[in-house]
Design a protein around this ligand. Structure first.
Ligand code: PGA
Length: 260
């Protein structure tokens, strides 16, 4: 039975401890030990100590540094995240690439440091501009140029023995927070493309075991199309994850598909 993965990326929300506690409580109670869908919640660093993984819900962080300890003012290391109970960490989110100017080399160092600490890195990749097609129906290569490079450079040096700890989140930048999600066939093409590259880098069977998620304006209404027609193994959810009832509806959608 396929287990979908829904990752909640709270980003820089909510702005109070009380708000964070409330959101976590409502979501964790609503999940109530479900095991058909894997739920990973990634609050801001400052709230991580308040929460711990429970049955059906795992704790993750939104970023980490590439060193484990030392004189790196303002940074948080993968080992510190493990000590706080994290099992996952998002790496290379487009907002980090944009606002913190992280490039593929920095992202790669973070992926490897996260793996060294035994975290599951959720490597976020995605093109900035929407794929367009020429008159013969051939795409204009944004996927090939940007996504392939982000993936290949992002996992460079990750050995076969560790590759299955990875998760990949395909997040076209134009779909993040815009309310304009990708079409299911965009997602299908991207998931296939990502799997093809992973097979070339590792092997077909390893590639099949690395979850490929979709992210970008997902909600309870459009999730089915990404999981079914899009063939994604789950979703990385931003805006809809800080609305507890909407996020619980998304979990229910994933559960229903799994149950079919
Ligand atoms: P969104 O964000 O669901 O608000 O589009 C997704 C993300 O940035 O991970």
């Amino acid at each position: 039975m396929k287990q979908f993965i829904l990752v909640a990326n709270w980003k820089m929300n909510p702005i109070t401890v009380e708000g964070a506690q409330h959101l976590w409580n409502v979501v964790s109670k609503g999940i109530d030990g479900t095991d058909k869908t894997k739920v990973v919640v990634c609050p801001p660093f400052s709230y991580l100590h308040l929460f711990s993984s429970l049955k059906g819900i795992s704790l993750g962080a939104q970023d980490c540094f590439w060193q484990q300890e030392g004189a790196y003012t303002g940074e948080v290391s993968p080992k510190m995240l493990v000590d706080l109970g994290c099992e996952y960490v998002i790496v290379g989110h487009s907002e980090r690439r944009e606002y913190a100017k992280e490039d593929n080399q920095i992202v790669n160092k973070k992926v490897k440091a996260a793996l060294d600490a035994r975290l599951h890195p959720i490597l976020a990749i995605g093109e900035k501009i929407r794929e367009t097609f020429d008159s013969r129906g051939k795409h204009t290569n944004e996927l090939d140029r940007i996504v392939e490079r982000q993936l290949v450079e992002g996992v460079a040096g990750v050995p076969k023995s560790r590759a299955e700890q990875l998760l990949i989140a395909y997040e076209p930048v134009w779909a993040i927070g815009t309310g304009i999600a990708a079409e299911s066939n965009d997602v299908f093409t991207a998931v296939l493309f990502i799997r093809k590259i992973l097979s070339q880098l590792y092997s077909r069977s390893i590639a099949d075991r690395i979850p490929v998620l979709y992210g970008g304006s997902t909600d309870s209404k459009n999730l089915t199309q990404f999981l079914q027609e899009g063939n994604a193994d789950g979703a990385l959810v931003g805006g809809s994850s800080i609305n507890a009832s909407e996020f619980l509806r998304m979990i229910k959608v994933a559960e229903e598909i799994t149950g079919k």
